[in-house]
Design a binder for this molecule. Structure first.
Ligand SMILES: O=C([C@H](O)CO)[C@H](O)[C@H](O)COP(=O)(O)O
Length: 216
């Protein structure tokens, strides 16, 4: 299981400092929606310059104007970009087409998608579905990511989980076969982000081993 470090609600110096401290323990660096909105494409360019060999995800949360937005972030150096699953299929398919042209990848954010829309999304493979509990639901209703079900995912689609993820969530998501764990506050707001990220990695490895033992 990969760790995607979500960087949100910090300035670029802080984002770089946190990412530098934890980069050995995380796989992907997410330029969070808040950074994209506050600092624009420069936030992605900066992360690409500082981390030339890391996978950079731009959390664009695109809803329309797909070709324009995807080109912007892939030209800026992103390898992966997000589109909202609730967006029209035309938008989502266009994101995938542009990503293919750039040798990049699309993550579909399933925030607030209907069951019917999930069915429509099933026809698009070679993407990642991100099961996401929103910040506002976490803070307003105490909803936790652990309640998410991954049952509807088709083969050929990778799964990510996001929203209030802590180390305690790892066994659950590991059992469900989640490929990418999106972790923001549990690392970025930790007293020692480096140690927090290292511990995430350690517990992921432990759970991966347990899974192998069960499968054998
Ligand atoms: O996508 C996110 C959210 O919508 C704010 O933009 C975050 O990246 C995601 O929720 C991970 O952050 P934490 O919930 O703090 O782990």
């Amino acid at each position: 299981m990969k760790i995607q470090l979500a960087l949100d609600r910090v300035d670029m110096d802080e984002a770089i400092a946190i990412a530098s401290a934890v980069s050995d323990s995380v796989d992907w660096i997410e330029v969070g929606t808040s950074l994209v909105k506050e600092f624009g494409m420069q936030s992605i360019r900066t992360m690409r310059e500082v981390f030339p060999h890391k996978t950079i995800l731009a959390d664009m949360k695109t809803f329309d104007n797909a070709a324009y937005e995807m080109k912007l972030c892939f030209e800026a150096g992103a390898n992966v970009a997000t589109v909202m699953g609730a967006a029209p299929m035309a938008t989502i398919e266009l994101c995938k087409r542009v990503a293919d042209e750039y040798g990049a990848h699309v993550m579909i954010d399933l925030l607030n998608v209907s069951a019917d829309k999930v069915d429509e999304l099933r026809r698009l493979t070679g993407v990642t579905w991100c099961y996401h509990v929103s910040k506002d639901e976490q803070e307003g209703q105490g909803t936790s990511a652990v309640s998410l079900s991954l049952a509807t995912r088709p083969t050929g689609v990778r799964a990510a989980a996001a929203g209030g993820i802590t180390v305690d969530s790892i066994p659950h998501f590991s059992r469900l076969g989640v490929d990418i764990l999106v972790v923001g506050s549990a690392i970025t707001k930790a007293r020692d982000p480096r140690e927090a990220a290292r511990y995430f990695r350690e517990v992921i490895e432990e759970n991966a081993n347990e899974r192998e033992l069960v499968e054998r």
